[in-house]
Ligand binder design. Structure first.
Ligand SMILES: Cc1cc2nc3c(=O)[nH]c(=O)nc-3n(C[C@H](O)[C@H](O)[C@H](O)COP(=O)(O)O)c2cc1C
Length: 201
């Protein structure tokens, strides 16, 4: 079984990104399962508490990341960039840095859902760039922003899903995450990280 960790970058009730995560869960191929983690349970990052003495929720978050074969982030764009909720989670996960933190070699894809008909790509790029900067493995072969997201959900047989073009985008995003999980990229990223850490000594 391939385990995905689903992270939602909006904490509000009725979040479009949470609704998209629900649709994505139903679209996962056979052999996949998803678990969620509430990013709202994490306190604001404080480097006084990023080692042995980390808060319980942070320890649980790092354990969930370690246990996952891949991560799927569903996030809004805030003020042309990465929402604080997502950045805060990445900052906690990036410590302790040595020998390997929980994102090293970890495949990740992100979809940004926005009410805007034009925006969203900046947050998507920020999240992928940051994930790569900490030694993770973002999907770099396919970008998908769900624009005008409030108009893209439909009901089929009483179950919420997406209109056809949006559903195709979601399926492609899942497919590219699956591909990178099953590629050699995670092993290369782990080896690169280990060489980087060794070079610091
Ligand atoms: C503080 C704030 C900043 C926002 N900035 C952007 C932005 O830069 N680009 C954008 O596309 N949408 C922006 N929006 C609108 C969000 O795309 C919209 O609120 C979206 O529905 C949020 O996702 P959610 O439904 O999962 O909460 C912003 C919303 C908030 C609350």
């Amino acid at each position: 079984m391939t385990n995905l960790l689903f992270l939602v970058g909006s904490l509000r009730q009725g979040s479009l990104n949470q609704r998209l995560a629900n649709v994505a869960r139903a679209e996962l191929p056979e052999g996949y399962q998803a678990t969620g983690f509430d990013l709202g349970s994490l306190p604001l990052y404080n480097s006084d508490f990023d080692g042995e003495n980390s808060p319980e929720s942070v320890v649980a978050f790092r354990a969930a990341l370690h246990a996952a074969d891949g991560v799927f982030i569903f996030s809004p764009e805030y003020n042309y960039g990465i929402p604080g909720v997502v950045k805060n989670a990445i900052d906690w996960a990036s410590r302790p840095m040595m020998p390997r933190h929980a994102m090293v070699g970890k495949p990740m894809n992100v979809i940004v859902s926005t009410m805007s008909p034009t925006n969203g790509i900046r947050a998507l790029n920020d999240i992928k760039r940051t994930w790569a900067a900490v030694g993770g493995v973002p999907v770099n072969t396919f970008d998908f922003v769900l624009q005008s997201a409030q108009t893209r959900f439909v009901e089929v047989d009483g179950v919420e899903t997406l209109d056809v073009p949006a559903l195709n985008g979601l399926r492609m995003a899942i497919n590219h995450l699956d591909r990178i999980i099953n590629s050699g990229a995670p092993a290369v990223a782990l080896a690169n990280w280990d060489a980087f850490i060794a070079s610091l000594k």
